[in-house]
Design a protein around this ligand. Structure first.
Ligand SMILES: [Zn+2]
Ligand SMILES: [Zn+2]
Length: 165
């Protein structure tokens, strides 16, 4: 879904509305159980006195297993993004600038990169998630399991894990 930006670049103070819905099937890393809903993208490309900017809001849901209890946990994301667009990298600080070669912007790929950066590394079903019992594997959010609670010395826990292997 390339955006043709020829008119925007050559016409000062012009703008182009963006309203798309993108479906990504391949966002998860290998072995990761990540499900992402279609991504609603709404915003505009605007030429303000020669400076061309893309600003948009991305809205989507995603779900993946909680880091602690492994239950599927769903989150909703609504995030704004702004990018400066340029035709070439000449004389520009290229870090924050998207180069639009041939007046064509690959919005699909850009949004993909943006939302991947937005997904938090740490993913919990809730801040207070109790996780799984290290002994029996019971999900402690659903109730306690009756295992004896011991103050675990972290060094002993490591030994325990080694013994189990
Ligand atoms: Zn959890
Ligand atoms: Zn237990």
């Amino acid at each position: 879904m390339p955006l043709e930006l020829n008119d925007i670049f050559v016409t000062p103070d012009s703008s182009l509305e963006v309203d798309e819905c993108f479906v990504y099937d391949d966002l998860s890393a290998e072995g990761e159980q990540l499900t992402v809903s279609p991504v609603r993208v709404r915003g505009q490309v605007k030429n303000s006195g020669g400076l061309v900017e893309l600003s948009y809001t991305a809205e989507f849901d995603y779900s993946k297993p909680c880091d602690r209890c492994l239950a599927d946990a769903k989150k909703s994301v609504k995030q704004d993004f702004v990018h400066t667009l340029a035709l070439s990298a000449e004389n520009e600080d290229t870090d924050d600038i998207i180069i639009v070669a041939g007046y064509t912007l690959d919005l699909f790929s850009l949004v993909r990169d943006d939302i991947l950066l937005e997904l938090p590394i740490k993913h919990l079903c809730s801040e207070g998630c109790l996780g799984l019992c290290p002994k029996c594997g019971q999900n402690l959010n659903e109730g306690s399991c009756g295992c004896k609670k011991e103050a675990v010395d972290p060094r002993m826990a490591v030994l325990d894990e080694l013994m189990q292997d």
